[in-house]
Design a protein around this ligand. Sequence first.
Ligand SMILES: *Cc1c(COP(=O)(O)O)cnc(C)c1O
Length: 475
Amino acid sequence: MNAIFREDLSRFDELLQQTADYAGDFLGCINELPVSMEMPAIPVPGLPEKGIGGQGALELFDNRFGAYLTACAGPRYFGFVTGGVTPAALSGDWLASAVDMNAADKSSLAFTLEKETLQLLRQLFSLPEAYEGVFVTGATMSNFTGLAAARQWLGEQYGVNVAAQGVGALPDIKVLAATPHSSVVKALSMLGLGRNSLVTLSTLPGREAVDVRALEQWIAYNPDTPFIYVASAGTVNTVDFDDIAAIAALKHKHPFWLHIDAAFGGFAAVSPRFRHFLNGWDQADSITIDAHKWLNVPYDCAMLFSRHPGLQLEVFQNAGAAYLGDPAQNFNYINYAPENSRRLRALPAWFSLRAYGAEGYRDIVEQNVNQAQRFGEMLEKSGHFRLLAPVKMCVACFTFNMEDRKLAEHIRVFLQALNKRGVVYVTPTQYAGLPAMRAALVNWRTTDKDIELAVQELEAVAAAIQGVSAILENN
Ligand SMILES: *Cc1c(COP(=O)(O)O)cnc(C)c1O
């Protein structure tokens, strides 16, 4: 054994303790750390011939990068849809790396754990047993996996086995949606269906949810044409939901695959206050739900729930690999999703679900929604801002109270100033044709005090740049 490995092996416990202390120090001040930072260009030393050992690497990491660790997992990071990491989830994540089981190996505990965790998740979301689940890296891969099964189903309608013959054997395929997430469109490209296969249906007035009449009309114009419909259950700007029950009802009259992108909106199912947004979702063919968002486990983790595992098997099976066994006889998750070798990414979720239970998740969801709604009310009162849509769940979408033509530049200057201060992080967006901003609250750490702090900060920066732009305009 190389001398440095030998040294590290003999001091493994010490290194783990040092790392835990380092992580503990970071987490201990996560509330005070900046949520964002302008990254300078950092010089990159080459690969050393002789290493410096684990402790040396930790010290080097701290020296070079320690000052740039920002609070992405902190309580006032409202960018994208970014959950934090619960204490139990972190402990599960560390253990997943420590035991480093390849979840593809059915002779290990990994398979049992994965199966149990998916069972817990089905219960959390009140999804019927008929849904087979599988873990993937994120909602993008989950959408990809669900749509791959959908593509296989579409092929069957035309007597084509896409897994065997390829997409070239398919006729012109259409994928319908009203407000699809960019990852859905990306998946169409990856699947060989092409971005142009997307037919964008109109939404209800002032909403991001599909106008179901537009879907009915498309069906009327294209009778007997099987297609894929991708429903939104939680859009990123306004957390709007398609009327899934109405869409699912059309399945009785016309053949189509219903995939639901419920990346974070799926968590409506954990609270009786919001469950109705998902009415009818248990009739979907496949459902995407992210875990690294509202489940508050670390990146990267999501699930696909599917009523047609057999179609997934056709697409993702490792056929003819004798050492993996016969995919049809020997159930293994590697034959139901893109990845073969897989991290035991169920473990952080298992820890967190066991640690906090259904009640814990109901509380996170209800708390975050109350906070987002309060955040929206306070913004409206401030005079600087206006909401562009009611705060339905965990996202507030807002812009400045000013002429539309000035918005883009004002938001640019505002976000630059806001991000320099690092107290609260929101991201720019476009909504209803207007430059806007959005704040997504899905972190278990966020408190009402954080909401007050965040609003004060947004008001202070808005007031400061108002002064600046007044000066600019007068000169
Ligand atoms: C975040 C998100 C995705 C993509 O998820 P990743 O985890 O980033 O791959 C897809 N759909 C919706 C609605 C999302 O919010």
